[in-house]
Design a protein around this ligand. Structure first.
Ligand code: 9G3
Length: 569
């Protein structure tokens, strides 16, 4: 390709609204352009990278016996009503109405669609196992689209769905995909960790998230260098606090006046007690039920764990006015003592507490010397807190490390959740009707592109791994006016192409500095510079994007050298 013909609108300065380095660089290098919040154009260079990632994904899916298909983006509401999910995602679901006033959604995912297809087309054990995937745009109306392609409202996803006779078949597929994803992200040059993640509302099904390590990542991964344990911090089990040996004797509960002490810290200061001796009382709206969750003052409540203990479709922190209505007191003096008609769940650490402090459910009053079991009852004590950094590994007890990451892939065991509801069954050898066991497996293709940039850039721009670079080599003639230089540059350009190398020729009438800056910004793996020495001494400059220095290479050796570099591992 020739730069003089290519649409690659590079920018010198960072775009104002870019909120992460990958978006800054992808915009500055002319790979993407924002159309509206969370909606992007992939310009030619961006589309080429997307295409390369998709090809890697396809190869790995096909290698594991998956068949590619393409489903409608526009999905009939009826299917989502059948599974009860039409109203489960609120404003996040893009809904549209057709000319006959029929309702549809723009596909955020395709469990309903694919299960409907399979229930109509599959009815015998001979047709299983079946692994079907697509690579297509998905639509989710994020409340806060941000980080460019990382959290967009339209994004490219590969979603695969597996159909097996039984749990054993599903298990086989699950681990096949674990391997396929490992291959995909390795081939993309991504640093990632597969981590045990929460099965979400899908129940206690098994799931792994493939998380690309990146500081702006929205997921926190805790991992153990010693035994390899790794998990999304949202589900990492917290160690049960050892029973305190020196247990104090329970003192009589007392109500004390605590003026302007609305936070744990303020109460702790006023009463001169540490946060470990205070109770944090939170109220959640679980669908249409108000529930109460207790944690030790120095711990964070983990709402993913709360949702597992109190299963519900939507779990949000309660609005203050709803709490006031129900409890008669606003935030700052809330506590479990005397609560009527509200389920109370407490974190395990609370059970061990003696003579603690909590709100008295009365403005500016707290109780001291409160003792669980004596002064308030709970539904039960569960692991409900967020693991903190440096805690013990649940598997081997060593200190855990933590890192932030971007979820670029996820594999789920769905079991019969959809096949049961939608009636996707098969007749077994004995003519008996059996329910199909399903799994679903997603790769964020556009997100993987952005994650790669987050992990591979420097102050001059992006650094594309060879496997997904938009072009392998850029040939930079110093002076486009010098016919002799251009002839040599053209020859190298043509010879490389003949060898299957993807080459960009920067034939613009620009100063060398501009060409070098663009080459570094765009991040081609290899730059070959053709100057007057190419004419006089038959030598060119050979510079890897990952190398600090140029190499001097003979004109008649540079093609061979480039070919072996580009096609080597
Ligand atoms: C929705 C909306 C957003 C959603 C979903 C449904 C996430 C939804 C979970 C999944 C599970 C897997 C197949 C590929 C891998 C992930 N956000 N999920 O179901 F209606 Cl608006 O998508 N699906």
């Amino acid at each position: 390709m020739r730069m003089s013909k290519a649409l690659i609108p590079t920018l010198r300065d960072n775009p104002a609204e870019a909120d992460t380095v990958s978006q800054q660089l992808l915009v500055r290098a002319g790979f993407i352009r924002k159309s509206a919040a969370g909606l992007y154009h992939y310009l030619p260079l961006g589309k080429r990278v997307l295409q390369k990632i998709e090809t890697i994904v396809r190869e790995e899916m096909d290698a594991f016996g998956c068949q590619e298909l393409l489903m409608p983006i526009v999905q009939p509401a009826e299917l989502w009503l059948e599974t009860g999910r039409w109203n489960a995602y609120g404003a996040e679901m893009f809904k549209v109405t057709d000319r006959h006033e029929r309702q549809f959604c723009l596909g955020p995912t395709h469990e309903e669609m694919i299960t409907d297809l399979v229930r109509n087309e599959v009815n015998s054990y001979r047709q299983l196992p079946l692994r079907l995937y697509q690579i297509q745009n998905k639509y989710r109306d994020e409340k806060r689209p941000r980080f460019g392609l990382i959290r967009g409202r339209e994004f490219v996803m590969k979603d695969m769905y597996s159909f097996d006779r039984d749990p054993e078949g599903l298990d086989q597929c699950y681990w096949d995909m674990y391997q396929a994803y490992t291959n995909i992200f390795n081939r993309c040059g991504l640093k990632f960790r597969p981590i045990e993640a929460d099965g979400g509302a899908i129940g206690d099904s098994q799931t792994h998230e493939f998380t690309a390590l990146a500081d702006i990542g929205e997921n926190t991964v805790v991992y153990c260098e010693h035994c390899g344990y790794a998990a999304n911090i949202e589900i990492a089990p917290c160690p049960v606090p050892e029973a305190q040996s020196s247990v104090e004797t329970a003192l009589p509960m007392e109500k004390v006046y605590t003026p302007d002490s609305k936070t744990i810290e303020a109460v702790g200061n006023y009463l001169q007690v540490p946060a470990q001796k205070c109770i944090k009382t939170l109220f959640f709206q679980a669908d249409d039920e108000l529930i109460c969750v207790l944690a030790r003052g120095d711990h964070e409540v983990n709402d993913v764990k709360v949702q597992r203990v109190h299963p519900c479709l939507a779990l949000e922190l309660a609005e203050e006015e709803d709490v006031v209505k129900k409890v008669g007191c606003n935030f700052g003096s809330l506590g479990p003592v005397g609560l009527q008609g509200i389920k109370i769940y407490a974190d395990l650490a609370v059970e061990q507490m003696v003579n603690l402090v909590c709100g008295a459910n009365e403005e500016a009053y707290h109780y001291i010397n409160v003792n669980p079991g004596r002064d308030f009852q709970v539904e039960g004590y569960y692991d409900l807190r967020m693991m903190q950094e440096g805690e013990a590994c649940p598997k081997c007890g060593q200190k855990l490390d933590s890192a932030r990451g971007i979820e670029v892939g996820q594999i789920f065991k769905l079991g019969t959740k959809y096949s049961e509801t939608l009636g996707a069954t098969y007749l077994d050898e004995n003519g008996k009707t059996q329910v199909i066991h399903m799994g679903c497996y997603g790769v964020g293709v556009s997100r993987t592109m952005a994650a790669t940039v987050e992990q591979n850039h420097d102050e001059n721009g992006m650094i594309w791994p060879k496997s997904i670079a938009p072009y392998h080599v850029v040939v930079v003639p110093i002076s486009a006016k010098d016919e002799k230089q251009m002839a040599i540059a053209e020859q190298i350009y043509t010879d490389l192409q003949k060898r299957g190398v993807e080459v960009m020729l920067d034939d613009r009438n620009e100063r060398p500095g501009v060409k070098f800056k663009d080459a570094d910004l765009i991040g081609y793996p290899l730059r070959i510079t053709v100057g007057k020495k190419a004419v006089e001494e038959k030598i060119v400059e050979y510079k890897l994007r990952t190398a600090a220095e140029n190499e001097i290479v003979a004109v008649d050796e540079v093609v061979e050298k480039a070919v072996s570099y580009i096609f080597s591992e």
